[in-house]
Design a protein around this ligand. Structure first.
Ligand code: AR6
Length: 171
């Protein structure tokens, strides 16, 4: 049971669930969210999200994964970066904590995260990485789960290699 950081496309992950860096309306957006909707099946995932009716920033909800290799998608809207003084770090930490709690509640043993908020929402990647690693490692201190942090951009993966070399590796 551990945290591994890899460079990959999260939509291909065969973990029991993958996490979506969502928006509060749970609509198909761009970035990783758009890729997840596309591969899951846009219509089916949109319908499941509509039934949930939305999700507050920092909270987490779950749908089936439909055509994805993962059985489930956990949707969590990250905070939009506004300079750091608007509680962004606490909200981002809550995204990881609530997604992990939901996975645990559902009895899941493996979960893959993207680096939430670090794209369209503008959170500085090095700070987003610290929040992600801190929250996941705290959870794993007394929980059994295989957690992957799946980075897409080479520059962000390079940053992870420099900051957390012991956590970076292959699938
Ligand atoms: N696999 C893994 N990571 C990815 C992938 C992928 N296929 N594609 C992009 N990333 P973003 P946010 C990385 O913008 O900042 C959407 O429209 C990307 O390089 O996807 O939380 C939502 O609907 C970046 O490091 O999410 C919201 O409206 C990270 O995923 C809004 O964008 C997150 O970037 C959320 O913005």
């Amino acid at each position: 049971m551990s945290l591994r950081i890899i460079r990959d496309d999260i939509t291909g992950m065969k973990t029991e669930a993958i996490v979506n860096a969502a928006n509060r309306q749970l609509l198909a957006g761009g970035g990783v969210c758009g890729a997840i909707f596309q591969r899951a099946g846009h219509e089916k995932l949109s319908r499941a999200c509509r039934e949930l009716g939305g999700c507050e920033t920092g909270e987490a909800v779950m749908t089936p994964g439909f055509n994805l290799p993962a059985s489930y998608v956990i949707h969590t809207p990250g905070p939009v970066w506004q300079g750091g003084g608007q509680g962004e770090a606490a909200l981002l930490k809550a995204c990881y904590e609530n997604a992990l709690s939901l996975a645990k509640e559902k009895g899941l043993k493996s979960l893959a995260f993207p680096l939430i908020s670090s794209g369209i929402y503008g959170y500085p990647p090095e700070q987003a990485l610290d929040v992600a690693v801190g929250a996941i490692e705290a959870f794993l201190k007394d929980q059994e789960m295989d957690v992957w942090l799946v980075l897409f951009d080479q520059s962000i993966f390079q940053l992870a290699l420099e900051t957390y070399p012991a956590l970076c590796g292959q699938k």
